[in-house]
Design a protein around this ligand. Structure first.
Ligand code: SAM
Length: 275
């Protein structure tokens, strides 16, 4: 018998993959967690029925969360990741020697535990001495750490369940206060095909808090619609003013210095959402 997993992206549309093995099928304190083996994309982490990451295409998302802002801030010594329990964003952050310390705050310790076990190529830097892993609500952590971070990356689930309050104006205000005077943050902001309204709302809210706001995109085959957006809010540094000739080549598979500014050129229908 063939087993197929389907993520319903709307009530009438989904993306589906053939499953060869199920490693974990567990309701944690916060969400339904599935770790499955797929023929096409390798091991896949699914939370509450939504694909979080797969071994085959994870590099796009993780590189594109981490590198654009780390190369925008001239001295990103203290970095916070909200969510991101699979460790992929941390792995990319560790490629930056200027980072002295990266703190990861995920609400669900089970994501961290199972990622270490079943996604070792993604979770491989979670035990790096420059990394501190905290199991807590990112909203609370932000609230309790004023004027602390140079860079904050929000690698959360979609705005349902435990991540619902990570897409609010109050959260962006908290991020502003948790950042130092020249800090910068980025959040994954879903896709423009099925979540246009969310992108518009986030853009409006971030603009009310930060003087510089930029949106960029990346192509991720296992995320709804394949076209993903990220929103940056910055107090001082503009990712579009970076001298890309000075960006060193890293060991990456998607991000390059050439791509840095190109990623901010959006298709017209997406540009219209964030004007
Ligand atoms: N890249 C994925 C995506 O966009 O599909 C998201 C990665 S997944 C590792 C997101 C993580 O956010 C999960 O591990 C989840 O436990 C965590 N999370 C959700 N709400 C949170 C909160 N309020 N505070 C901290 N972490 C949270």
């Amino acid at each position: 018998m063939e087993l197929w997993y389907t993520e319903k992206q709307t009530e009438s549309f989904g993306i589906t993959a053939k499953i060869t093995k199920t490693y974990v099928d567990e309701q944690t304190e916060f969400q339904q967690l599935d770790m499955i083996e797929t023929e096409q994309f390798g091991t896949m982490l699914v939370l509450d029925g939504m694909v979080m990451t797969t071994v085959k295409d994870e590099f796009v998302y993780h590189e594109m969360v981490a590198h654009p802002i780390l190369f925008t801030h001239p001295n990103p010594e203290h970095v916070l990741v909200v969510g991101g329990g699979d460790g992929g964003v941390i792995r990319e952050i560790m490629k930056h020697p200027k980072v002295k310390k990266a703190v990861l705050v995920d609400i669900d310790g089970k994501v961290i535990e199972y990622s270490k076990k079943y996604l070792p190529t993604i979770a491989c830097e979670l035990d790096n001495p420059r990394v501190e892993v905290i199991v807590n609500d990112g909203f609370m952590h932000i609230h309790d750490h004023k004027n602390t971070y140079d860079v904050i990356m929000v690698d959360s689930t979609e705005p349902v369940g435990p991540a619902a309050n990570l897409f609010t104006r109050g959260f962006y205000q908290g991020i502003y206060e948790a950042l130092k005077e020249d800090g910068i943050f980025v959040a994954q902001t879903d896709n423009p095909w099925f979540k246009a309204e969310l992108i518009q709302t986030v853009n409006r809210d971030v603009k009310q808090v930060f003087p510089i706001v930029r949106v960029y995109g990346a192509n991720i085959p296992t995320y709804p619609s394949g076209l993903w957006t990220f929103t940056i809010g910055s107090k001082k540094y503009d990712p579009l003013e970076v001298d890309t000739a000075a960006i060193p080549e890293l060991d990456t598979k998607y991000y390059t210095p050439r791509l840095h500014k190109a990623a901010f050129i959006l298709p017209k229908f997406v540009e219209d959402l964030v004007k």
